[in-house]
Design a protein around this ligand. Structure first.
Ligand code: ARG
Ligand code: ZN
Length: 844
């Protein structure tokens, strides 16, 4: 059944308090609940429940017939209810059988929960909707040594713990953990002097890998006070690492639960990228305490209210902790790779969708990353001070409430006086606008004529113009900036802007800082792009100029034309002063990925050929390596990071440049340097980097064996081992490699990290996944069919590997359609996967 935003109605009751008692047992956990309801509107009492064995139900102590509680809903007629009453239930659930990892489940013998979005109904009968908020009192009985829930501890005794969370919260923020855990403790004093006890809970033996998560938490708490004036509000803050988790992490009030890969790190086991993600996600979940928990969502259509804002906040945090320029470029890369791709295909939806079948399918790049971009645009339009005033008003006005995008927009209108009616389309309309620039130069005046168009998306044929903040600058022919960054506000489908009194024709540095999530189409000569790459003052625009140069060359080559001379020349200039900013140089040296090349070709209305794209990219890499071998080799040697490993931005930047050089050089040195580095490296960043190039060169047997011997006991590191092989193997070999790996006894496919490593690794090998014989599609679908009955959420998410299937040729499309058809026809297919496959197939 489809849920519609238009159907939302207020819940007719509020809750004074929710009391829960858990008697934990793997196969039969008892949950007793008492919920104090008060009427606030007309209507029946409707409660949600799923997969519960209901033992008893009562209103104010008077038993109800549990037989009425079936089909996921329990409805008690309004006529049978006083204005205030206590609803009580006792149910039995089976955590051990819960392989979907939704509700209460077991991970490595530990009890844990995941309730967002609708997991709480798998625990007991409840109004499982985000606009019903209550303080919780939770009693846990179990023989596990560590018993945790939300809020503050009330009492801890033999086999029993009581927790009280005074902050009213929706059920999706409930959490419980019981296990054999050890804490890495620390503390934090908030700006008003509150002492907070901090703990990162891990399995015994993992303590020495939890330090970075703790440091990141402390930095997050400090940053939110300084940047947003937000203070923490409980006596304790607990983080727990679990091995089996469908997503990254969860912001449960006072008790964040994390996928262990986003907590555990050491130099030997985690890469620079892992460290950066840990810091970012620890921040993200912590920042939810205000943007998500204190102020939550009225309904799940409003998901981007908390996610877009919290991603925006974690991006700001990372920019402040590391390099703002590098962070921005990374974020743009991710947005393009994931969100633009989503927006251009059958799964396109607006940041605030107005209908869905399964909300878990809407935890997407559009809701998260585009949701964050929309806030970045708002901030650009109202200015830093306007943004700060609006956010202060938001926290002030809506603390303790469950809100909507309309509330959010109104706060900006009220705080800044700006009319945001047209801006709101960014929230309600799907699709990526295409911005086309044509220029006219005469008599010292440059006229920029912009057009914006957005292609139809499923269910939305018409796309009226949006407000697009276009940040630009002008660079004179000798490289001087003749106009610093200026923000144009485009509101019409077509609009011109004039810049006069210019001596010579400048080059437009367009969309500085990636000021709006749009694609750009413009005529620009290769030597003008090279000028921007050499002289632009905006780091994003500078990088983009080089990136476009490479992209144009790759597209030309993949269609049999020539290309790359200008790019290669520009790289030469860049290598000369690469040491001044290694991270930036590394970004410029990394060629656009095959997926992005295919996306760009498809956006130009042509059919991408995965094999030709792969060949073109390899050839360009080889040419660059040959042309610049001495400089690359010199940089490769220079970019070492002596002394003990430090996961900071500076060291990470040097290592990223080192590995970028290594990748290019591996194309011409038979991976000799990669082999040496693999043997010598003392950190996982270089170790994994070297391994990837050994795999690409087909010289991996010894290294893989050594790696597996060394890390056999470390699941997170072995996930890397499972991922890099299908990802980096030559396209013709990758599917066979994936098949062999899937047959191994340690391919623990019920673990989402392991499943994603292997199937996702192959999915990210563009030419292999889109193999012309359909073998990539078949392999993936075989595994999706196997996983769906076990874990629908993870299966459904992985279906997005197919979201681009209609851009390829008829042969590939036929293979994809057949594979997807098989999945769609599987008896008992979950609602999650069924919605995804139906939408994906409807695109063809
Ligand atoms: N709110 C969590 C986060 O942003 C995501 C949890 C989503 N989980 C799910 N099963 N849909 O970080
Ligand atoms: Zn989030």
């Amino acid at each position: 059944v489809t849920q519609y935003l238009a159907d939302w109605r207020p819940y007719p009751f509020e809750i004074a308090e929710t009391r829960l008692e858990f008697d934990l047992a793997p196969r039969a956990t008892r949950v007793r609940s008492q919920i104090d309801f008060r009427r606030k509107g007309a209507g029946d009492l409707v409660l949600d429940g799923a997969g519960l064995k209901t033992l008893s139900l009562a209103i104010d102590g008077k038993p109800l017939d549990p037989a009425g509680a079936t089909g996921g809903r329990l409805v008690i007629p309004a006529a049978d209810l006083p204005d205030a009453f206590t609803f009580a239930a006792e149910v039995e659930i089976d955590p051990e059988a819960n392989t979907a990892l939704e509700g209460l489940y077991l991970s490595g013998g530990m009890f844990c929960t995941q309730c967002e979005a609708e997991g709480f109904r798998h625990i007991t009968w409840y109004p499982d909707r985000p606009d019903v908020m209550a303080p919780f009192r939770v009693t846990i009985r179990s023989d596990k040594p560590v018993l945790l829930s939300n809020g503050n501890p009330v009492s801890q005794g033999a086999g029993q713990a009581v927790w009280h969370d005074p902050w009213p919260k929706p059920a999706y923020l409930f959490a419980l953990v019981a296990g054999d855990l050890v804490a890495v403790p620390d503390s934090f004093t908030t700006m008003s002097g509150r002492q907070v006890a901090l703990n990162v809970w891990v399995r015994p033996g993992d303590q020495d890998r939890a330090g970075y998560a703790m440091e990141s938490l402390i930095r997050s708490m400090k940053w939110d006070e300084e940047a947003y004036g937000r203070e923490y509000d409980l006596d304790v803050f607990n983080i727990v690492a679990v091995d089996d988790f469908n997503m990254g992490a969860m912001e449960n009030k006072g008790l964040n639960i994390f996928n262990s890969k986003l907590v555990l790190a050491s130099a030997e086991t985690a890469t620079d990228g892992d460290y950066e993600r840990i810091e970012g996600v620890i921040g993200h979940e912590y920042f939810h305490n205000w943007t998500g928990n204190r102020i939550t969502c009225r309904d799940w259509f409003q998901l981007c209210l908390k996610e877009g804002l919290t991603v925006f906040r974690d991006q700001q945090f990372t920019s402040d902790m590391r390099s703002a320029a590098v962070k921005r470029i990374h974020d743009v890369q991710t947005l393009r790779a994931r969100q633009f791709r989503e927006d251009a295909g059958p799964l396109a939806h607006p940041p605030r969708p107005d209908h869905y079948q399964e909300i878990n399918n809407f935890y997407t790049a559009t809701v998260y990353e585009k949701g964050a971009e929309v806030i970045g645009m708002l901030k650009r339009l109202v200015g830093d001070q306007g943004y700060r005033r609006a956010l202060d008003l938001y926290f002030d006005r809506h603390d303790g409430q469950a809100c909507t995008i309309e509330d959010w927009i109104k706060v900006f209108q009220d705080a800044t006086g700006r009319d945001l009616a047209q801006f709101k389309r960014w929230y309600t309309d799907a699709g990526t606008p295409r911005l086309t620039l044509s220029e006219d130069w005469r008599d010292g005046t440059l006229t920029l004529d912009f057009r914006q168009e957005t292609a139809p998306t499923p269910g939305q044929p018409d796309k009226p113009p949006r407000v697009i903040p276009i940040a630009l600058g002008l660079i004179g022919p000798n490289g001087d900036e003749v106009l610093p960054t200026t923000v144009l506000e485009m509101t019409e489908a077509r609009q011109s802007f004039r810049f006069g009194d210019l001596g010579a024709r400048p080059v437009v540095s367009l969309l500085r800082g990636f000021s709006a999530p749009v694609t750009v189409s413009r005529e620009i000569a290769a030597d003008e792009q090279a000028l921007l790459l050499a002289h632009d003052t905006d780091p994003y625009a500078r990088w983009q100029a080089g990136h476009d140069l490479a992209l144009d060359a790759l597209i030309a080559r993949s269609t049999g034309a020539e290309g790359g001379a200008e790019f290669s020349r520009a790289i030469g200039g860049l290598l000369d002063d690469a040491e001044a900013d290694p991270a930036f140089a590394a970004l410029c040296l990394s060629l656009p990925g095959e997926e992005e090349i295919a996306t760009t070709i498809a956006a130009r209305g042509e059919i991408p050929d995965p094999d030709a794209i792969h060949a073109a990219r390899e050839a360009l890499a080889r040419d660059i390596a040959s042309a610049h071998e001495p400089a690359l080799a010199r940089l490769y040697e220079a970019m070492t990071t002596p002394g003990p490993y430090r996961p900071d931005a500076e060291g990470a930047g040097r290592r990223s440049l080192r590995l970028a050089c290594l990748g290019l050089l591996s194309r011409i040195d038979g991976a000799a340097r990669a082999e040496a580095l693999f043997a010598a490296a003392s950190n996982m960043t270089e170790r994994q980097g070297a391994l990837e190039w050994l795999i690409a060169a087909g010289r991996d047997a010894e290294a893989l064996a050594a790696f597996a011997r060394e890390f056999a006991g470390n699941r997170l590191v072995m996930d890397k081992w499972f991922m890099v092989q299908p990802l980096r193997a030559a396209p013709g070999l990758a599917v066979a490699r994936a098949r062999d790996l899937a047959a191994r006894p340690d391919f623990d496919w019920k673990n989402p990290n392991r499943f994603r490593a292997l199937i996702g690794g192959l999915g990210a090998n563009h030419a292999a996944f889109h193999a012309a014989d359909g073998s990539g599609y078949d392999f993936a679908v075989d595994w999706l069919m196997r996983l769906d009955p076990v874990n629908p959420q993870t299966t459904a998410r992985m279906c997005s590997a197919f979201e681009t299937w209609t851009r390829y040729d008829a042969t590939r499309q036929a293979h994809a359609r057949a594979a997807l058809g098989q999945l769609a026809a599987m008896p008992g297919l979950s609602r999650n996967t069924s919605e995804m496959v139906t939408r994906i197939l409807a695109g063809g």
